[in-house]
Design a protein around this ligand. Structure first.
Ligand code: NAD
Length: 332
């Protein structure tokens, strides 16, 4: 298996421990390309693509994540639009808002921040997003395309957990790959993507008996359970490559699902938390936005430039547009 210490990058060598699979430099490289590509998009079509981020209620971890996405939008020259809805919005009210975004030609991509409050059925929301604007791959059409092995929009976090391996030169084909977590946004799509890369994939979940029995068999382990300290060093075989997708707030710190201290002496490579999968997720999401914007512009070239931006909407909904670098053509 690659991911050995000989292949370690600067960060790994300096630590004299496992190779650290940092997402930051990979994300920076992707953002560099995206900045150029979004500039070319604006030049060609006369407006910057807009990413609409829908937030229901002011959930603190979500707010942190959203701020990061909106900051990344600014960095690459994309218009980020935060659509805040009150916690007591009805399912119909939320779907109406999503419909307006679907119909707004200035909006190229939509993400709805999860988790949603209990009174909003997830199914209603995922069905209501236009699959062409569903850049985080939650609509059944995109999920179906992924499961059939066709091109669609991929859930960005799942894609990031695989992409960090590929871009770090870690071979997946033929490896015993174990995924902890089977959610629709991370574990399940990650498992499908890893099968696409010819890994031999086992999926573990909350009802799996004797987790360690499976994790010790892994040559590559992806952990996406949302349980800090779930995986410890004694559950791992020497030389395993670990991708820790978990993001948990413990006290005033962000930690993953893997107990880093006990794992570091066993693994050959591991993603840090923070600084592993997270930064890559945002960069990939914006690469999906570019694709969505380009597809929509090519399909209907004149529609998009006619869309005025909206600063505020009906009562109960606040919207704030992120500032764009000033450009005479920055229309919507
Ligand atoms: P989720 O709660 O929807 O799913 C968790 C999954 O883990 C479930 O399938 C469950 O069966 C499994 N699980 C829970 N406890 C387990 C246990 N004790 N043993 C085995 N399996 C167990 O969570 P999610 O949305 O898939 O997110 C997973 C983690 O990834 C969370 O920590 C979340 O914050 C993080 N996340 C990170 C990013 C990122 O960009 N890095 C993005 C999204 C989510």
């Amino acid at each position: 298996m690659r991911g050995d210490r000989d292949g370690a990058g600067a960060a790994g060598a300096a630590l004299a421990g496992p190779r650290l699979l940092a997402g930051g430099p990979i994300a920076a490289e992707i953002r560099f390309g995206l900045t150029r590509d979004f500039a070319a998009f604006r030049e060609r079509w006369g407006y910057p693509p807009t990413l609409a981020v829908v937030l229901v209620g002011a959930d603190a971890p979500s707010a942190v994540y959203l701020r990061q996405i909106l900051r990344t939008c600014e960095k690459v020259g994309v218009h980020g639009r935060l659509v805040e809805m009150s916690l007591d919005v009805t399912p119909d009210g939320l779907c109406e808002e999503i419909d307006m975004l679907n119909d707004d030609p200035g909006v190229s991509g939509i993400i709805v921040q999860m988790p949603l409050p209990a009174h909003i059925p997830l199914r209603t929301v995922i069905d209501s997003i236009d699959p062409a604007k569903d850049i985080d791959g939650i609509h059944p059409r995109n999920a179906g395309l992924l499961s059939l092995g066709f091109d669609g929009f991929l859930p960005a976090t799942a894609q990031a957990s695989v992409e960090i391996l590929k871009r770090s030169g870690i071979e997946i084909s033929g490896k015993r790959v174990v995924v902890i977590g089977r959610s629709n946004v991370v574990g399940k799509p990650a498992a499908l993507l890893l099968m696409r890369e010819h890994g031999t994939v086992t999926v573990l979940h909350s009802r799996t008996r004797d987790l360690a029995n499976h994790t010790r068999d892994a040559e590559i382990l992806i952990v996406a359970a949302g349980k800090p300290g779930l995986v410890t060093g004694e559950m791992l075989s020497p030389g395993v490559v670990v991708v820790d997708v978990g993001i948990n707030v413990v006290g005033d710190k962000l930690v993953g699902d893997v107990d880093f201290e006990s794992a570091r002496g066993v693994v050959s490579a591991i993603t840090p938390v923070p600084g592993g999968v997270g930064p890559l997720t945002n960069a990939l999401l914006l690469s999906h936005l570019l694709r969505a914007a380009t597809d929509q512009a090519e399909l209907s070239p004149r529609r998009a430039v006619q869309s005025p931006d909206r600063g505020t909407t009906d009562a109960g909904i606040r919207m704030s547009a992120q500032p764009m670098p000033s450009s005479p053509k920055a229309a919507p």
